[in-house]
Design a binder for this molecule. Structure first.
Ligand SMILES: Cc1cc2nc3c(=O)[nH]c(=O)nc-3n(C[C@H](O)[C@H](O)[C@H](O)COP(=O)(O)O)c2cc1C
Length: 216
């Protein structure tokens, strides 16, 4: 790795503060409020989130996926079940999500467990996607080595020809996961690095959430 100095890459945060009284008692409602503000702002890819999973050796892995739905159960994204992340989730259902919206000086951290959504839900979402996205899902063996770019494009073209005039079948290896959360953190940047941080953790019967302010 070349020597480089990034020590002067910094900025101060100036957004209005966040206090416990402003927070909604439900982290789901709080999340929805912040997400809707992010979507309404000029931020691109507001629904992009980092997904961290851990493999059987304890090694964490991180990548961006797109949030497609929130439900009373949690946060839904779609992927290939036979991908690296799919195999990690087979071994360990614990996972973490992270949203970072620099323009709003906000970060949301969410931890919980992943389960697959039903095949019917995955099929319905697959069928709602643009045809080229359906073909790409069918043509990609996600996270596995592919001989060349040309091989990938040939598979895509082969499938495009094969299914001309027909619906693209929903591949069984492609579908959704839902992360059911057991912890949230809402972070708002503030001047002088004295940022506001609040965590939500469920009480014993998980009907209410305790809110605590954390030191930045
Ligand atoms: C903005 C953005 C959005 C992405 N959305 C998804 C997604 O919704 N689902 C997905 O499987 N991969 C998505 N990817 C690709 C993943 O980051 C990753 O490369 C892929 O899922 C393979 O990860 P894995 O090998 O850890 O399983 C996205 C990447 C970016 C940069």
């Amino acid at each position: 790795m070349p020597n480089r100095d990034y020590q002067n890459q910094r900025r101060d945060y100036s957004a209005p503060g966040l206090s416990k009284t402003q927070l909604n008692p439900s982290p789901f409602v709080q999340f929805t409020q912040w997400m809707e503000e992010a979507i309404a702002s000029p931020i691109q890819d507001a629904t992009a989130m980092s997904l961290a999973t851990v493999d059987a050796s304890g090694q964490p892995h991180n990548r961006i996926v797109l949030l497609k739905e929130t439900t009373p159960n949690g946060f839904v994204f779609y992927t290939h079940y036979d991908s690296a992340k799919g195999h990690e989730v087979d071994q360990n259902q614990k996972a973490a999500l992270l949203f970072f919206w620099p323009e709003l000086e906000r970060q949301i951290r969410i931890e919980g467990t992943l389960t697959k959504v039903s095949q019917e839900t995955s099929k319905a979402y697959f069928e709602s996607r643009p045809r080229d996205s359906q073909l790409a899902a069918l043509s990609s063996n996600q996270s596995h080595e592919v001989a060349s770019r040309a091989a990938l494009e040939n598979t895509f073209e082969h499938n495009a020809q094969k299914y001309t005039g027909q619906a693209i079948p929903h591949p069984k290896h492609w579908g959704g996961y839902c992360l059911q959360p057991n912890k949230f953190e809402f972070w708002q940047g503030r001047p002088n690095r004295l940022h506001d941080r609040f965590i939500y953790t469920p009480n014993e019967n998980a009907t209410l959430w305790a809110i605590q302010r954390l030191s930045p």
